[in-house]
Every structure is written in structure tokens, then in C-alpha cells.
Design a binder for this molecule. Structure first.
Ligand SMILES: [Zn+2]
Length: 132
């Protein structure tokens, strides 16, 4: 393993973004297998994330690669949180109703079956009427 250490010295190595790029390549390769022959170029496109991944692992610009990974993780977390929120919304759609504040667009959750109610936004104190 000495030779490997020597090669990797001063280089960035792997991170979450590189891992995600490999997964993306893999998915694209699977897709390209089931696509019609006319879409042959998808195979080439499928290898692009792998090439980027290898470039990143051997890159010496560690700061730049860290910033890329940081941005990637930020986007990933935003997407995960938004998905989680949507799933939670779906889960309690039977027991709760969702309203959007007419003033600040804040999403508000109200228990169902209360008839006509006036809803006060906890964020901006705006009051509006709704049927739960
Ligand atoms: Zn509001």
C-alpha cells in the first residue's frame, strides 16, 4: 500500500459527492441498457460522472473540491428535508388540513373536522378564515 499512499499524497481523495457521482454513473449505465439503440450516446454520458469523480479524487486543489462537496451536501439536505416534509404531509392528510398563510405563504397545519375556523399564522399573526 506504500505506492498508493505515495500516489495519493497531497490529493483530495473520495468524498460524498464522488460517491454520488459513481452512483449516478451506475444508474445511467443501467438506463442505457434498456434504452433503444438510437440513444447509444447515453452510454458515453453515463461515464462522464465517473470521469469527474476520478478527476476529483486525484485533484490537488483540495479547497475547491471541499467547497464542491459542501455545496452538494447543502443541496442534498435541502432536498431530503423537503421530501420528508411532503411525506409527513401525506401521512396526516386524513387527520389534518394544510393551509397557506395569505400574507407570508407559511404552511399551516390544522386538525380536520372543526368546521369554519379563523386561522392565525404563528409567524406573521395574520388571521384568515378557512374550513377544516
Ligand atoms: Zn403568515
Amino acid at each position: 500500500m506504500e505506492w498508493f499512499k505515495k500516489i495519493m499524497y497531497g490529493r483530495y481523495g473520495g468524498d460524498s459527492l464522488s460517491g454520488a457521482l459513481i452512483v449516478l454513473s451506475f444508474i445511467l449505465l443501467i438506463i442505457s441498457n434498456v434504452l433503444p439503440k438510437a440513444l447509444w450516446f447515453v452510454v458515453i454520458v453515463a461515464y462522464i460522472p465517473t470521469v469527474i469523480c476520478v478527476f476529483r479524487i486525484f485533484s490537488r486543489n483540495i479547497y475547491k473540491r471541499q467547497m464542491e462537496n459542501y455545496k452538494f451536501l447543502k443541496i442534498k439536505n435541502t432536498m431530503r428535508n423537503s421530501l420528508r416534509r411532503k411525506l409527513n404531509k401525506l401521512k396526516d392528510l386524513k387527520t389534518h388540513k394544510y393551509f397557506t398563510c395569505t400574507n407570508c405563504k407559511q404552511s399551516l397545519r390544522v386538525p380536520r373536522g372543526q368546521g369554519k375556523i379563523s386561522i392565525t399564522c404563528p409567524k406573521c399573526k395574520n388571521t384568515f378564515k378557512g374550513k377544516s
